[in-house]
Design a binder for this molecule. Structure first.
Ligand SMILES: Nc1nc2c(ncn2[C@@H]2O[C@H](COP(=O)(O)OP(=O)(O)OP(=O)(O)O)[C@@H](O)[C@H]2O)c(=O)[nH]1
Ligand SMILES: [Mg+2]
Length: 198
């Protein structure tokens, strides 16, 4: 898809307050610092569209971006970040859970896992919860540029093996790097297919 326009729409703290329910929406989630906002910028081909930071906990609201007036991307806060207060963490948990369960135009959720780190319990629990709630999802291994290709393969396999402990088959899996733009085509293929199939 040729990206003609990519615009910030707004930020909300509660799914119920979030308008713009008419266009297909694609959301990005994962632990803090995994690279959600960076990946959105890579996918939207706009540096600085979503705010990124080397300090975890940067994104704290539901942030919407409009692409070509055709589809929306939602940048979500990270789950399970220890340094935000317990209250806030629970708030994030609820914010994300309500969004995922109730957003009527959510077409697909990209769940990001840092390829350098073995999947944590919180990741596997989150993925299993999404499965239980029948949320269409794609797993994205991030920061591939920080590893050698053989390490990328080996670590991706570790993630897949962990998923296979509870899943009969691995959900769709994409390897990405916001630095090298690896995964750009694969992510857009998912978006285009989802839109085509309604
Ligand atoms: N080398 C490399 N660094 C990356 C990549 N993606 C993100 N980073 C870096 O990782 C850090 C976190 O990136 P963000 O995109 O802000 O991460 P996030 O998941 O949105 O984080 P929160 O909003 O805090 O939950 C930043 O310093 C990015 O520059 C990548 O593909 N390769
Ligand atoms: Mg972010």
């Amino acid at each position: 898809m040729k990206i003609k326009t990519a615009e910030y729409v707004g930020s909300w703290e509660r799914n119920v307050d979030m308008p713009h329910r008419d266009k297909p929406e694609f959301a990005f989630i994962g632990r803090s610092n995994v690279g959600k906002s960076s990946l959105i910028n890579m996918v939207a081909e706009r540096n600085g569209l979503a705010k990124t930071s080397s300090t975890p906990g940067k994104t704290q609201t539901l942030n919407l971006f409009n692409i070509n007036n055709e589809l929306q991307i939602c940048d979500l806060p990270g789950y399970g970040y220890a340094k935000v207060s317990k209250d806030k963490r629970e708030g994030f948990g609820k914010m994300i859970a309500y969004y995922l369960r109730e957003r009527p135009n959510l077409y697909c959720l990209f769940i990001l896992l840092d390829l350098r780190i073995p999947p944590q319990k919180i990741d596997l629990d989150f993925i299993n919860d999404c499965g239980d709630n029948a949320i269409p999802m794609v797993i994205v291994g991030t920061k591939a540029d920080k590893l050698k290709p053989v390490e990328v393969e080996a670590n991706a396999q570790i993630i897949k093996d962990a998923l296979l402990e509870t899943w009969e088959e691995v959900p769709p899996f994409i390897i990405s790097s916001s630095e090298t733009k690896q995964g750009h085509k694969e992510i857009w293929d998912v978006i285009k297919n989802a839109m085509k199939n309604g």
